[in-house]
Design a protein around this ligand. Sequence first.
Ligand code: FAD
Length: 139
Amino acid sequence: MYLARLIYTSVPTHDFSPDDISGILETARHNNREHSITGLLYFNHRYFLQCLEGSRSNINKIYQRILNDCRHQEPLLLDYREIEVRDFPEWEMAYLPETEQTRSLYMRYSPTGEFSPYHMSGESCHQLMLSLRKVLPAV
Ligand code: FAD
């Protein structure tokens, strides 16, 4: 059973409200715990950027469900690879909204200085997520 990481981006649907996040996280954390999935969900009101870590088969299962979710659209797979170690082992699904502090990270990874994952490489998105990890509250 191989450890793998998947990173994708998507756009919330028009009727999506930031209040929906808490429901998504509740379900996500429950399911992810059962499937030994960890990761990070970042949201800036325009885009979702999410990283899922776990066994190849479980990531595949959860990602299929996420793709079918009507609360977002235009999912784009940015990176998928086998990995040696997890980046977010303590989090069933860490969540970070955009703040002034997270905005200050964009210039390093984005060609425009904006958060636009559709125009960023998978590796840039991964590196951004590693920087976002430093902003997460301690578990
Ligand atoms: P069900 O609970 O049977 O729901 C079926 C469909 O109904 C869903 O796909 C969705 O389209 C819709 N739906 C369900 N609940 C609501 C609601 N409260 N409001 C509106 N529509 C709803 N799941 C995980 O397990 N792990 C994750 O890491 C994860 N990350 C997510 C990230 C994002 C950005 C989004 C939008 C969803 C995420 N989810 C995650 C939720 C996932 O898409 C599924 O809804 C969830 O896994 C339940 O799957 P299910 O097949 O049991 O669907």
